[in-house]
Design a protein around this ligand. Structure first.
Ligand code: FRU
Length: 496
């Protein structure tokens, strides 16, 4: 397939990007395109941006290079949805067309003010990152304000490095706007900075909301702050977070802090800290609050430094978003559950139901499905091993294993299909997390799409998200294996 290239010396504008997308999107190769996850029509995507519920619709913007499946000359793509499941692609919202954002319209967020949609983002230019604002009257075309950049490096505390200062997330509290943003310190650690404003244009530095330690990565990205069940939550993405046990095995990791913000002092008292997802491909989480009062999170379903098979194969695209997930707190830690709309919107075919087995080892074969949703609730008593193989073909399979002795839930993609490499020292083929049984029960919801697996364990207490690229057309087998002394299982498999 050939993609018509925009001429090298052309300026990057929204109009050019939209013309390019319209002319080339039908050439994208469909093999690994996802069925019920958000993707751009063509090209590269990374972080979700500007995620907001506005005038009855969900808007999702994203870091976007329409011209090739690589991270370069980042624009803001844009889509909207009424149900978080069906998305309508809208024209590209912003291009790197000003001096202050010539090397990328980097990540940021949205806010509604006087009925208008404001976006705040990072302008990236050589060795400089500044915060900028654009406004839309019609929710489609965005005008960068004349006051840009609205936050310059001169406002930074003295310990900050100005070339790493980005990802503003705007929030409103009482009648005041705040923005949380991140910078790298001179000690090569991350910190979250708090600014305040009356009008979204004139910003004043307030405080360092939270300072990272050297055990928390060399830089932080994509902060998000919100209230949930009476607590304050701070989610951020940490670059090169050192490994601790089963945690932080990817080169970069998403961390959720729960605690209390003192808004007068402008600081965050951390009570708990936890890795948000234990799979290989999950980053740059952003949230919104919708009309149902739900705090919904969405993340980039990839990881920096990975090989991206769809790009390497010349298929014209790379990158997608996770399922939107509803956040809640349990024992002061974040829990993520898939939005119910995803299940409501698809026909459910029950393949296995109410299986009850005691005192035996068994194998269930003959279940098939490459794209779909599996639900299992298993009562595990004296079992030694439980395994689900998905996307199984002649020579391929993806392993989901539970080890009752250690409570470890394992996702292994060694034999999934195309091999994937990464920037981390550890393997990029296996991740695991401890999931203690609850009343002897393990519940699993597994979402399979053409090139992804998302596992929600014990009602979202733990999740594992990863990309897989099976190569055989017949890789749609599913097989359950139990090795047990005494065992009861209730299984229920649905197809989306
Ligand atoms: C996170 C990130 C952000 C930055 C954007 C650039 O994945 O590195 O910090 O704004 O991606 O595309």
């Amino acid at each position: 397939q050939s993609f018509v290239l925009a001429s090298k010396d052309s300026e990057f504008t929204v109009e050019k990007a939209n013309e390019y997308i319209a002319a080339n999107k039908d050439n994208v190769i469909q093999t690994y395109r996802l069925h019920y996850h958000f993707m751009a029509p063509i090209g590269w995507i990374n972080d979700p941006n500007g995620f907001i519920y506005h005038k009855g619709e969900y808007h999702l913007f994203y870091q976007y290079n329409p011209y090739s499946a690589t991270a370069n000359k980042i624009h803001w793509g844009h889509a909207k949805s009424k149900d978080l499941v069906h998305w309508e692609h809208l024209p590209v919202a912003m291009a790197p067309d000003h001096d202050y954002d010539a090397d990328g319209v980097f990540s940021g967020s949205s806010m509604e003010k006087d009925g208008k949609l404001y976006v705040m983002y990072t302008g990236n230019s050589e060795n400089r990152q500044v915060q900028c604002v654009a406004v839309s009257e019609d929710d489609i075309t965005f005008e960068k304000v004349a006051e840009n950049p609205v936050i310059e490096a001169s406002t930074l505390p003295s310990n900050a490095q100005p070339q790493d200062f980005r990802d503003p997330k705007v929030i409103k509290r009482d009648d005041r706007y705040y923005v949380v943003t991140v910078s790298k310190t001179t000690e090569n650690t991350g910190q979250v900075l708090l600014y305040q404003s009356e009008d979204l244009i004139k910003w004043e530095f307030k405080s360092i909301l939270l300072q990272g330690t050297s055990a928390q990565g060399i830089m932080w990205e994509c902060p998000d702050v919100f209230e949930l069940d009476g607590k304050d939550v701070l989610i951020l993405s940490a670059i090169q977070m050192p490994v601790v046990g089963d945690d932080y095995h990817n080169i970069d990791s998403v961390i959720a802090f729960v605690g209390t913000i003192d808004w007068d002092e402008g600081n965050f008292q951390v009570e708990t800290m936890k890795e948000l997802d234990h799979g290989m491909d999950f980053y740059a989480t952003q949230t919104l609050l919708d009309d149902k009062g739900r705090r919904v999170a969405i993340s980039w379903m990839n990881m920096w430094g990975r090989s991206y098979p769809t790009a390497e194969l010349g298929q014209g695209w790379a990158g997608a978003m996770t399922l939107p997930r509803i956040l809640s707190l349990k024992y002061n830690y974040l829990v993520q559950t898939p939005i119910p709309e995803i299940i409501d919107n698809y026909n459910v075919v029950t393949a296995i139901n109410d299986t009850s087995i005691r005192n035996s080892s068994f194998i269930v074969t003959g279940v098939r499905g490459a794209v779909g949703h599996l639900e299992l609730v298993l009562e595990i008593i004296d079992a030694s091993y439980f395994e689900i193989l998905v996307r199984m073909g002649q020579n391929e399979k993806t392993f989901i294993v539970y080890m009752p002795a250690t409570n470890e839930l394992i996702l292994n993609r060694t034999m999934s299909g195309m091999s994937i490499s990464g920037g981390e020292d550890l393997s990029v083929d296996q991740r695991q997390v401890k999931v203690p049984l609850e009343d002897n029960k393990l519940s699993l919801e597994i979402f399979l799409d053409s090139s992804s697996v998302e596992i929600f364990a014990n009602n979202g207490t733990e999740t594992l998200t990863a990309n897989i690229y099976p190569t055989e057309e017949s890789s749609d087998g599913i097989q359950f294996t139990v090795v047990a002394n005494e065992y009861i299982a209730d299984t229920n498999q649905d197809n989306v």
